[in-house]
Design a protein around this ligand. Structure first.
Ligand code: URA
Length: 408
């Protein structure tokens, strides 16, 4: 039976719900070994899946664990997901803004994978911050302060945890059907009423082409419809790092600067305002322009920043303990000219080599290291100007400046 299923997909045929259920549940229960699941995943990568198969696989994923129910909480709950990027700290900014605008925020985030960082790793750079709240604690905290930012519970789509780990090491991550079922199963099981997805494309994203990102986004809207969940999305460029920093503590500090209005008028801030406005519009059922006005005002009057402080305190965090390494070196401009490109992928790799990410699931993360961009794309620089600061613990890494920057 298991071999027949692999063979069927290898021939490019459609699998039934029952076949997908048997195979994937068998894997979760340990009856199907890694090598057979790897073969099926590769066949899916090569031949794709029909919409019916993707809907069926999403259901198998959702049914593998708990389905959270927040219907007792006030208001419409809007969840947000990013397909992963370099320097992507949008959740740290958006969640307190949306809560400060009067919407209820229950956000369960994940860890980084490959060169892309995860919100939970960034939050853990704040000493004491708890990312393992129980369902009861989540409900209590939402009643008290209207916002929770925590990790995904072990029982939330356990199928995704095991399959994702295997995809990560079998070159089967960037499959649109597998991504759609992985993401949407977690969002639907996570109990949100409505969902906003930030689908990234570019050299620092899982999907490099914008057309593929659009295909994934449209598919997720269709999956949402099957569960009566409104899904909106944005397609955002990940050829350049998002914002000024890549690295856990550095990104928390940058998020605070955005919330305090210190960091403004750059593509990262614009993206945060846009996503937050969509979420507020969906949660409060008001037009986007009105929601955008509320979002901008929450930054101007510091209410979003205060909501962030309230959140950190409620979850046990101590911002005064947030540390950035005091060892640093500079990347200096080799010429005078205009910066035409800063490669997100190369900056991600650099931060990774500094110790900001994990190669294997159990590797430790150094929260204090990372890259801070002193100049952006479009800036005019002189030879010797500081382009970026590298924060390191042991030894500054080697890098090829031509791989990271292009000048004109
Ligand atoms: N993010 C996810 O949660 N799953 C994927 O498959 C890709 C990105």
């Amino acid at each position: 039976m298991i071999l027949d299923i692999i063979h069927k997909k290898r021939l490019g045929k459609e699998l039934t719900y029952q076949e997908l259920k048997t195979f994937f549940n068998g894997y979760l229960e340990g009856d199907v070994p890694d090598y057979q699941m790897s073969a099926l995943l590769m066949a899916i990568c090569i031949h794709g899946m029909s919409e019916e198969e993707i809907f069926a696989l999403t259901k198998v994923f959702i049914d593998s664990g708990d389905i959270l129910n927040f219907s007792d909480l006030p208001g419409i709950i809007v969840d947000k997901h990013s397909t992963g990027g370099i320097g992507d700290k949008t959740t740290l900014v958006i969640a307190p803004i949306v809560a400060a605008c009067g919407a209820t925020v229950v956000k369960m985030s994940g860890r980084g994978l490959g060169y892309t960082g995860g919100t939970i790793d960034k939050l853990e750079s704040i000493p004491g911050y708890r990312i393992d709240l129980s369902d009861e604690e989540i409900i209590d905290q939402v009643h008290q302060i209207g916002i929770v930012l925590t990790g995904q519970t072990a029982d939330l789509v356990p199928m995704d945890k095991v399959v994702y780990a295997l995809r990560d090491v079998t070159s089967t991550v960037d499959s649109i059907p597998l991504m759609a079922s992985s993401i949407m199963s977690k969002k639907i099981a996570g109990g949100a009423d409505k969902i906003f997805i930030d689908v990234k494309y570019g050299n620092g994203a899982l999907l490099t082409k914008k057309d593929d990102a659009k295909e994934l986004a449209d598919l997720m809207v269709k999956i949402g419809k099957c569960y009566q969940k409104e899904v909106r999305y944005t397609l955002s460029n990940m050829n350049t790092p998002l914002g000024r920093t890549v690295g856990n503590s550095l990104e928390v500090l940058e998020a605070i600067d955005v919330l305090r209005g210190v960091e403004k008028d750059n593509p990262f801030v614009d993206l945060c305002i846009d996503i937050a406005a969509h979420m507020v519009s969906m949660a409060l059922e008001i037009p986007y322009v009105d929601a955008r006005g509320k979002v901008v005002e929450s930054i101007r009057n510091d209410s979003a920043y205060h909501k962030f402080l309230e959140l950190v305190k409620a979850q046990g965090g101590d911002l005064s303990g947030l540390k950035v390494s005091n060892h640093y070196s500079f990347i200096k401009s080799p010429c005078s000219g205009v910066i035409r490109k800063i490669s997100a992928l190369e900056v991600g790799k650099l931060a990774f080599r500094l110790g900001a990410g994990k190669e294997k699931i159990d590797d430790p993360i150094d929260y204090t290291v990372g890259v801070k961009l002193n100049k952006f794309v479009g800036d005019t620089v002189k030879k010797g100007d500081v382009l970026a600061t590298l924060y390191y613990s042991d030894k500054a890494p080697e890098y090829e400046i031509d791989n990271i920057y292009k000048f004109e």
